[in-house]
Write a protein that binds this ligand. Structure first.
Ligand SMILES: Cc1cc2nc3c(=O)[nH]c(=O)nc-3n(C[C@H](O)[C@H](O)[C@H](O)COP(=O)(O)OP(=O)(O)OC[C@H]3O[C@@H](n4cnc5c(N)ncnc54)[C@H](O)[C@@H]3O)c2cc1C
Length: 429
């Protein structure tokens, strides 16, 4: 199960035409919809399940510049400004806190990697710095771990995914956006080669532009129309503790655990040193594109061939306008890896014994869409005029969602882009 998002009432009436259709009601589709609605553009968001039902409610909520590719940092900086204004923009508290984010290094080699990242972004004037073991203890007291140091960025932070998506969706609707849940998009229609609408399970909607923000669904959707978007799945398991007195308000990433304070007084915890990589047919088809990423993540991935392989294989890859795989799986809800959650529990309790008495209130897992270079695609599709992509956020798209959604809206409407979109071009693959 996913964490429950703050309830909102979406529309049940499908329009027959609009200017922009957004496929996918995750945080990216919703921020794009809010931007478009604020600009007076008629926009309809179509979501096959519930808004934010997949990655956008299941993520940890971290908002960071730290450890991003240098070319991805401008998007994060623009998002920081938008997050800071989000409560006023939406009229709701989205839980945004500039609490700081700290990445711990257990060994001098890990610290050298953090220093190398810091050097690589030195021209960007970030407030990131290296902390000594003594400074870590001062910021996060009561620790028993032996740390070579840490990389710390005071202006990083977090927001609450279960509040943010609802607030953004509600604000978009207040400004005229239409959001429809339980409405899978099966296909696009074209006229003279250009996008002219979408075929949904509830009929056709004419439109001038389509923005595909389908997360894990984007690759299959595009594959059906002969376009290859390289994304592969990874699964992260998470748990939330009951309310407790923790050691810090900062979000902390250790080599084999992470934690950050939750609005209800508990902590959101993961095993940061391991991710499940359930094999699919796509690994055979496009796995070679990931070889350099794999080399740097050796030991991180728990690769398995199991039920997910067969389920994925049974789902259609080609269909016309009839029922699509998106109606078969309304919400991707991967099994929780309780073993990894237990590892996180043990590793965290050993590092900060205050966590020994934590209780687990809920746990969940989420499936992440990873591109070969871990950057998203935010770009028009060259051979399909009227189709734009904002997808493949590779496990760090919540933090950058305000600027990413705005950038997508800029590209769709041919407005001046909020930042240089070059790092996100589709053609790089
Ligand atoms: C466990 C976990 C932890 C994470 N932690 C962080 C973090 O701390 N910080 C961070 O920045 N990021 C984090 N992420 C990543 C972040 O959640 C994602 O990058 C972000 O939510 C992506 O948003 P999205 O809108 O692209 O995708 P999604 O939220 O997956 O939304 C896509 C939506 O499209 C819908 N859809 C797909 N196909 C169709 C179709 N044909 N018709 C209609 N609807 C369709 C799906 O149902 C889905 O709701 C984490 C992710 C996970 C899973």
């Amino acid at each position: 199960m996913a964490p429950t998002i703050a309830p909102i009432e979406t529309s049940t009436d499908c329009p027959t035409s609009t200017t922009v259709v957004i496929i996918g009601g995750g945080i990216i589709g919703l921020t794009a919809a809010l931007t478009l609605a604020e600009r007076g553009v008629a926009v309809t968001v179509l979501e096959k399940g519930r808004i934010a039902g997949e990655q956008s409610s299941r993520n940890l909520g971290w908002i960071r510049k730290t450890n991003r590719h240098g070319e991805d940092v401008p998007l994060a900086l623009a998002s920081d400004r938008l997050w800071a204004a989000m409560a006023e923009r939406t009229g709701c508290d989205v839980g945004y806190r500039q609490s700081g984010i700290m990445f711990l290094s257990r060994t001098p080699e890990q610290l050298a990697e953090h220093q190398a990242w810091l050097d690589s972004v030195s021209s960007l004037s970030l407030d990131s710095r290296i902390l000594s073991a003594r400074e870590i203890e001062a910021q996060v007291p009561g620790g028993q771990g032996h740390w070579a140091g840490a990389l710390f960025t005071p202006s990083d932070g977090y927001a609450e995914p279960t509040l943010a998506s609802s607030a953004i969706a509600q604000a978009a609707m207040t400004r005229g956006a239409v959001i429809i849940e339980h409405c899978a998009v099966r296909n696009i229609t074209r006229s003279g080669g250009k996008v002219s609408g979408v075929v949904t399970e509830r009929g056709e909607i004419r439109c001038d532009q389509v923005l595909l923000a389908g997360g894990m669904g984007s690759r299959r959707f595009l594959g059906n129309i002969g376009i290859s978007l390289p994304t592969l799945p990874l699964v992260l398991s998470v748990f939330r503790t009951g309310a407790m007195n923790g050691p810090t308000d900062a979000a902390v990433g250790g080599p084999d655990f992470s934690f950050r304070k939750h609005k209800d007084g508990g902590f959101i915890v993961t095993q940061r040193g391991a991710l499940d990589a359930p094999l699919t047919l796509d690994h055979l088809k496009i796995g070679a594109k990931y070889l350099s990423a794999l080399r740097s993540q050796r030991g991180l991935l728990r690769i398995s061939l199991g039920k997910h392989f067969w389920r994925d294989l049974m789902q259609s890859r080609h269909w016309k306008n009839g029922p699509s795989p998106f109606e078969q799986v309304r919400t991707i809800d991967p099994p929780i890896n309780e073993g990894l959650n237990q590892e996180a529990y043990r590793n965290l309790s050993a590092a900060w014994p205050v966590f020994q008495n934590m209780t687990i209130e809920e746990s969940w897992a989420g499936m992440i869409d990873i591109t070969p270079d871990s950057n998203p695609v935010i770009d028009a599709v060259p051979n399909v005029p009227g189709l734009t992509l904002a997808t493949g956020f590779s496990g760090h798209g919540f933090g950058t969602s305000p600027a990413a959604g705005q950038l997508a809206a800029d590209l769709v409407m041919n407005n001046k882009p909020i930042i240089d979109p070059h790092p996100y071009r589709f053609g790089r693959f």
